[in-house]
Design a protein around this ligand. Structure first.
Ligand SMILES: NC(=O)c1ccc[n+]([C@@H]2O[C@H](COP(=O)([O-])OP(=O)(O)OC[C@H]3O[C@@H](n4cnc5c(N)ncnc54)[C@H](O)[C@@H]3O)[C@@H](O)[C@H]2O)c1
Length: 414
């Protein structure tokens, strides 16, 4: 077994920086390179890695140079959703010219903007015989990991399996214009954030040690809505803050989504996951809430129920920032603080896990097939919302489905 894994990052934005900070808790990997179309941003992210001591990273001038860079054998794909396919097309050519150099790839959520793209990602990994990991950080939240382990070992073992999982992710809206644009991102908040909630709920309902296929999704019922951001005053706020191409009077995306996913277990017992996501929640900041319920037990997590709270009187009038919590909305009053967000949201555990799998040459348990399965559930949810009916989950049924939001033809008042 090799002792250390050399990693290159594709993309140098918000999530790359989160990942880089989390590598402080990964002992056997080094970040050696970053490529992004904007070289100075790539250099900045590489400098962050060097400054905090998680690798002797450099910014590279091209994706091909990153692939060929000395020591890099695994890539973390952290570019925008609209660049996934373009990235793998260029990667395919570069990897084919230097076979065996890149051994593994990890990709941020969502794996693709739709099922078609997610399948291209799977094909790419298979064709090049790469180990592949799907970067779903919330499965590695310490509270989720610990809660799941104890619930299954104690409550479920003695009184029966859990039957209901609830997961919600809410904040006041994403940080970059492309997230708000249905065609570029793949949809609205359903595609952006329900991917997390769907997967964490499924994971909690799955018996530890059993495969994903031990619970089968049967049907989905979902709703989407534009509750806040297509109101005229907020259409103007979006144009002002995100640019005039983000025009929710003409091309809105959903800022609220909910879905109920019906599963059955191996004995045919019904299981339910209820997931809710929104970009229209104004609280202290990002709120992840998770619940798991069974016959004689329950667990609940709320990431804003922090141990650390700070109070600032009305006389503390500093500049606004995100130093207390991700997607922070205020700097005064009683504010929750998440002391180590990279740990709490799961990035540390996630990157430790994928780095170790790749070093050992093992295929991670959470991989591109899971990213594809999530994409199928999300597309079924969009279809359900559009047709206002429950959708049966039939394999292959969503291969060509593109949500109306992504096609730019969704009318929230229709
Ligand atoms: N796990 C999570 O909770 C989480 C949170 C945020 C974002 N994400 C995911 O991470 C990915 C990146 O999101 P972000 O918030 O960092 O976005 P961002 O806009 O902050 O950063 C995107 C980066 O990609 C670069 N880029 C632009 N065009 C590119 C191209 N053609 N190829 C490669 N890179 C390109 C940009 O220069 C920028 O550095 C998205 O897929 C997003 O869904 C996940």
């Amino acid at each position: 077994m090799k002792k250390r894994l050399g990693i290159g990052f594709i993309g140098s934005g918000f999530i790359t920086k989160f990942h880089i900070r989390s590598f402080l808790a990964v002992r056997d990997a080094d970040i050696l390179g970053v490529w992004s179309p904007n070289r100075s941003h790539a250099n900045e992210a590489a400098a962050l890695a060097r400054d905090i001591g998680v690798g002797d990273a450099q910014g590279y001038e091209s994706l091909e140079a990153l692939v060929n860079a000395p020591g890099i054998e695994a890539l973390w794909m952290c570019g925008p959703n609209f660049a996934r396919v373009e990235n793998i097309e260029r990667l395919s050519a570069a990897i084919a010219k230097n076979p065996g150099k890149i051994r593994a790839i990890a990709c941020e959520k969502p794996l693709g903007r739709n099922v078609h793209e997610a399948k291209l990602m799977v094909k790419f990994a298979e064709e090049h015989k790469l180990l592949h990991g799907y970067l779903e950080d919330q499965l590695f939240e310490p509270a989720v990991v610990k809660g799941r382990e104890i619930i299954w070992r104690r409550g479920a073992a003695l009184t029966g399996r859990p039957y209901l999982a609830r997961a919600a992710e809410e904040h006041s809206g994403p940080h970059m214009p492309w997230f708000w644009q249905g065609d570029q991102q793949g949809g609205g908040v359903l595609n952006d954030m329900m991917c997390h909630s769907v997967e964490v709920a499924r994971y909690l309902l799955t018996e530890p040690g059993k495969p994903r296929t031990s619970i089968t999704p049967v049907k989905v019922s979902a709703t989407i809505a534009s509750l806040k951001w297509s109101r005229p005053e907020y259409v103007e706020v979006l144009k002002r803050t995100m640019g005039k191409e983000v025009d929710y009077s003409r091309r809105p995306s959903e800022d609220f989504a909910r879905a109920t996913i019906y599963y059955k277990d191996e004995a045919g017992n019904p299981l339910i996951s209820e997931v809710t996501t929104s970009w229209s929640y104004v609280g202290a900041g990002l709120r992840l809430s998770t619940e798991l319920l069974g016959p004689e037990y329950s667990m609940s997590i709320n990431t804003l129920d922090t141990g650390l709270k700070l109070f600032f009187s009305r006389n503390v009038k500093g500049s606004s920032g995100e130093d207390l919590v991700e997607k922070q909305n205020a700097e005064q009053g009683l504010m929750p603080v998440v002391p180590n967000e990279a740990a709490e949201y799961g990035y540390e555990g996630e990157n430790r896990y994928f780095a170790q799998c790749f070093l050992k040459g093992e295929q991670p348990e959470i991989n591109f097939y899971d990213g594809l399965a999530v994409s199928e559930l999300l597309m079924a949810a969009y279809k359900s919302a559009e047709e206002e009916k429950t959708i049966e989950l039939i394999s292959g049924a969503f291969d060509d489905f593109i949500p109306a939001v992504a096609r730019g033809v969704w009318n929230p008042r229709g």
